[in-house]
Design a protein around this ligand. Structure first.
Ligand code: NI
Length: 174
C-alpha cells in the first residue's frame, strides 16, 4: 500500500470527465487500496481517482464513526435514483484545502456500482453518505462542490486557495 499525492485546484484533471473502468484487475484493487490509505491519511471521508491524477471512475468513502469504519470502494458508480427531498450539509474537499460551504443536494440517493469482485451492487445512501457519494461521483464528471454554490462564494474560495498555495510556494501537504 502506498500514499499518493492529492491534486489541488486549479489542476485541469479535476475538470475532466473520467473514463469507465473495464475489467476489475488486481491493479484496480491495488489502486482502490492506495486510495483508501490516502483518504484515511489526509484525513478525509471520500476520495475520487481524478484527485490522485487518475482519470478513471473509481471512488472510496468512509462516513462511519471513528470506532466503526465503513469503507466503500466503488467502480463505475452511478446514481440511479434521487429523493425529491433535499438536504443541506457543509462540504469540503481534499482538492480545495481548508474551505467549506453549505451544499444542497437530494437527501437520499440509490447508487449502482461494480464491487472489487466485479459484481454489480446497489446501495441506498442517506445522510452524510448520500452527500459524500454525490460529491465523489461529481468528481468523476469534472464537477466540484463549489459548482453548487453562488458564483460570489465560489470566486472567494478559489481566490483564497490560490493565495494560500502561492504563499506556501506551490503545493500544500496532503
Ligand atoms: Ni472532493
Amino acid at each position: 500500500m502506498s500514499l499518493i499525492p492529492i491534486i489541488l485546484i486549479p489542476d485541469p484533471v479535476l475538470r475532466r470527465v473520467a473514463e469507465p473502468v473495464g475489467e476489475v484487475t488486481d491493479g484496480v484493487r491495488q489502486l482502490l487500496d492506495d486510495m483508501a490509505e490516502t483518504m484515511y491519511d489526509a484525513p478525509g471521508i471520500g476520495l475520487a481517482a481524478p484527485q490522485i491524477n487518475i482519470s478513471e471512475r473509481l471512488i472510496v468513502m468512509d462516513c462511519g464513526p471513528d470506532d466503526a469504519p465503513e469503507l466503500h470502494k466503488m467502480i463505475n458508480p452511478e446514481i440511479v435514483g434521487r429523493s425529491d427531498e433535499l438536504s443541506i450539509l457543509e462540504e469540503g474537499c481534499l482538492s480545495i484545502p481548508d474551505q467549506t460551504a453549505e451544499v444542497e443536494r437530494p437527501a437520499t440517493v440509490d447508487v449502482r456500482y461494480t464491487d472489487i469482485n466485479g459484481a454489480e451492487q446497489m446501495l441506498h445512501c442517506e445522510g452524510l453518505l448520500a452527500a459524500c457519494v454525490q460529491h465523489e461521483i461529481d468528481h468523476l464528471n469534472g464537477v466540484l462542490f463549489i459548482d453548487h454554490i453562488s458564483r460570489l462564494k465560489r470566486d472567494m474560495i478559489v481566490r483564497r486557495v490560490l493565495k494560500s498555495l502561492r504563499q506556501s510556494g506551490g503545493r500544500s501537504a496532503g
